[in-house]
Write a protein that binds this ligand. Structure first.
Ligand code: TMP
Length: 200
């Protein structure tokens, strides 16, 4: 029996990590994240997110995210799923589609192909998109903590609108949860959405 893979997606300040942790606790699932959950991934994370100016090209950034994902799948996600354990990941393919595909304008189809190469074709069973209104999300980003957070408001607007487009285009895989509520209310909404979709 294989476990189920649930990915959390959203902008920078939507409480995604908290919600991923709460859902994983509730399901007894393994909690993980991208980028950076493996030893190689931790190094990649600092390459792509540290403010140090490496003048990373958009393509190099996309490939590094894909390398992180390939290692994450091989070392963490696939072994857990094969052991029958559910996995909740804080960011997955959707982040590359939104940030590199829409944010960096690299093309969603190209980034999807790259991500599927990285995962050997594995996709998440469900993507939970935590949404807050775009203007509220942008105004919460007053003090950026890494290179991508420090991108322009226009970049982040493309990312957030990109997420919405992805969710609209793939309603069978994506579920949108209003993240603009108290933590426990959001957690309950996430749990009901997941139970409804995955039959828990
Ligand atoms: P985090 O702080 O939520 O872990 O976010 C890591 C940053 O990396 C965040 O700005 C989103 C970005 N990111 C991408 O641009 N592409 C990806 O594929 C992933 C996984 C993250």
């Amino acid at each position: 029996m294989t476990g189920r893979l649930i990915a959390f997606e959203g902008g920078e300040t939507v409480g995604k990590s908290t919600q991923a942790r709460l859902l994983a606790q509730r399901l007894g699932a393994l909690l993980t994240f991208e980028p950076g959950a493996t030893e190689l991934g931790a190094r990649i994370r600092s390459l792509v997110l540290d403010a140090a100016d490496l003048s990373l090209s958009p393509q190099a950034e996309a490939l590094l995210m894909a390398a992180d994902r390939a290692q994450h799948i091989a070392g963490v996600i696939r072994p857990a799923l094969e052991a029958g354990t559910d996995v909740v990941t804080d960011r997955f393919i959707g982040s590359s589609l939104a940030y590199q595909g829409f944010g960096r304008c690299l093309g969603v189809d190209e980034i999807l192909a790259l991500s599927l190469f990285a995962t050997g074709g594995l996709q998440s069973d469900l993507v939970v998109l935590l949404e807050v209104p775009v203007e509220a999300a942008l105004s919460r980003q007053a003090s950026p903590s890494d290179r991508i957070e420090a991108e322009t408001a226009e970049f982040h607007r493309r990312v957030l609108e990109g997420y919405r487009t992805l969710a609209e285009q793939h309603p069978e895989q994506w579920v949108v949860v209003d993240g603009n509520r108290p933590v426990d209310k959001v957690a309950d909404a996430v749990y009901s959405a997941v139970s409804e979709r995955l039959g828990d």
